[in-house]
Design a protein around this ligand. Sequence first.
Ligand SMILES: C[C@](O)(CO)[C@H](O)COP(=O)(O)OP(=O)(O)OC[C@H]1O[C@@H](n2ccc(N)nc2=O)[C@H](O)[C@@H]1O
Ligand SMILES: Nc1ncnc2c1ncn2[C@@H]1O[C@H](COP(=O)(O)OP(=O)(O)OP(=O)(O)O)[C@@H](O)[C@H]1O
Length: 310
Amino acid sequence: MTSVTVRVPAKVNLQLSVGPRRDDGYHDLVNVFHAVSLFDEVTASDEPAPREASGGPPVAVTVEGESSGQVPLDGSNLAVRAALALAVRAGRPPDVRLRIRKAIPVAGGMAGGSADAAATLVACDALWGLGAAQDDLMELAADLGSDVPFALVGGTAVGTGRGEKLSPAPVAGRFHWVFALAEGGLSTADVYAECDRLREATGEQVGWPRVADGLMEALARGDAKALGQMLDNDLQAAALLLCRPLARTLAAGREHGALGALVSGSGPTCAFLADSEDHATSLAASLEAAGVCRRALTAHGPVQGAEVVP
Ligand SMILES: C[C@](O)(CO)[C@H](O)COP(=O)(O)OP(=O)(O)OC[C@H]1O[C@@H](n2ccc(N)nc2=O)[C@H](O)[C@@H]1O
Ligand SMILES: Nc1ncnc2c1ncn2[C@@H]1O[C@H](COP(=O)(O)OP(=O)(O)OP(=O)(O)O)[C@@H](O)[C@H]1O
């Protein structure tokens, strides 16, 4: 049996500015992605599928770890879709077994499913010896979902269009984070729809999104204090309406000295910027003790995108 394991990070959005809704239902964004050290692992192997899997999806998949019971095992699993898309592109059968080990919260706004799809593209490319060009993988990734291309590259990057057009943002040093996991998840489509509804109800004029003044400079200086004040998410109000306890979680993080606090992407995970690794550890303990989250995890960023584990 041959197998390839790929490690892939979660993301937090440092700035998520949502433009008007497009005719195709998506929104043009300025989406400043930042990859953090919470990793899923995807192992692709050529081990034959077990008997009970025949009649199931063409790609056999198992999932273990963080909230794995909530991840679908059929053709709607994003990793399965990634393996099938790559096999079609390569003109070969999708003979592969996928094993996903999850640490990224499911439906948490940290792009866990997208991460698994990106990891699967890299793992199957290596397992099948395709040597696909990075541009081809990026194109397949964008077809799978708006967050998938970023999971391939990682680091910190500005996403435009749906979030799939990326340009890297230089960062000095390392930022320390706490992620407060919520009970349950939020649907990304529901949160965008709630954001549209809110805007319609308030008659808000929606302008063309642009990168906030000073954000790139704060990243390039590694200035956590400045970054903390600039964290901004246009989906936050919608996520807070759909999941009311999050307001208390954000407030608790600020009370315990977070440099910045926001909902990660479409939520419901809340992200807190700390001023050191020690501060992140004590902040996580305080949030858990305050009973404002299911669990609080520490992480740092930026980190590499999907990469083969030697
Ligand atoms: C909220 C974020 O995670 C921030 O990075 C992303 O914008 C969402 O990315 P994703 O989960 O990969 O989303 P997709 O699978 O591409 O789209 C899911 C749904 O989200 C909404 N969607 C997504 C991206 C975008 N630029 N505009 C949207 O309106 C659409 O309703 C779409 O049907
Ligand atoms: N490999 C996968 N891992 C997790 N969820 C998956 C996967 N494949 C499909 N899903 C489905 O996708 C839904 C969204 O899961 P995901 O963890 O990607 O959400 P998310 O982190 O909020 O996404 P994003 O931040 O990109 O908007 C889940 O509720 C689940 O039904």
